[in-house]
Design a protein around this ligand. Sequence first.
Ligand SMILES: [Zn+2]
Length: 281
Amino acid sequence: MTDNSRRGFFRELASVVASAREAATEPEPEAPPPDLTDAEIERYSRQLVLPEWGAAAQLAVNEASVLVIGAGALGAPVALYLAGAGVGRIGILDDDAVELSNLHRQLLHFTPDVGVAKAESAAAKLRYLNPDIVVEPYQVHADAENAAALVEGQDLVVDCSDSFATRYAVNAACCAARVPLVEAGVLGMSGLVMSIKPGRTACYRCAFPVEPLDAPRCADAGVLGPAAGVIGSLQALEALKLLTGVAPPIADGFLQVDLATAEFLRVHASRRADCPDCGDV
Ligand SMILES: [Zn+2]
């Protein structure tokens, strides 16, 4: 692209942004939507030109606050893609330190980070990737005691934890606070992804009422790095769909992914009236 056509391209984008802003619902007088700077228009140009995305979606993600629970195999691609896309505030939560055995799949951490708190290691990389956003590291473990406080005020939660106890605690807290949630899990060469709009679509406990007793752990069963990358990328995509509405999320069920056979299967799940997290009880 020549300098002239490049300038023209960005001028056109700026005009699209201005038109979309004018066409948007009238904001509160004291809180007009923030402008996209020239640097932001260039940084996000390849998503801004997408017909499904555009300025309205960009402004939505710029103003969004997302909590990513876990800075490991799933949290790494999720946080990287959300930071790259311009999510305005990203909380990254993990109470572990980086270990050598993490590095084959946890792309936010490098060999010199071994021993460093994962939340801090992740936050440092995300700030390098996108200095225009706010990144807040939390060195805590999400559980039933603190989940409600953690999800409060978030526009979206992405659960990248690797424990059923955390998943159920986060699901219950998101349902109670009506905060949209993306759940996922990965093991070996397979995984699943599920989006949840509390009160409107099946929640994690609707789909999985009880914790499996004999579920293998990552440390025992193993996981391939690219498999975690695929599932985490799907999770990030779901997050962007929920934040912007640019495409329908994987809701009222989950996507089961078998990467050994390259098969993707949509599994339906319905809301349960007797669900202790989102039901009428
Ligand atoms: Zn439910």
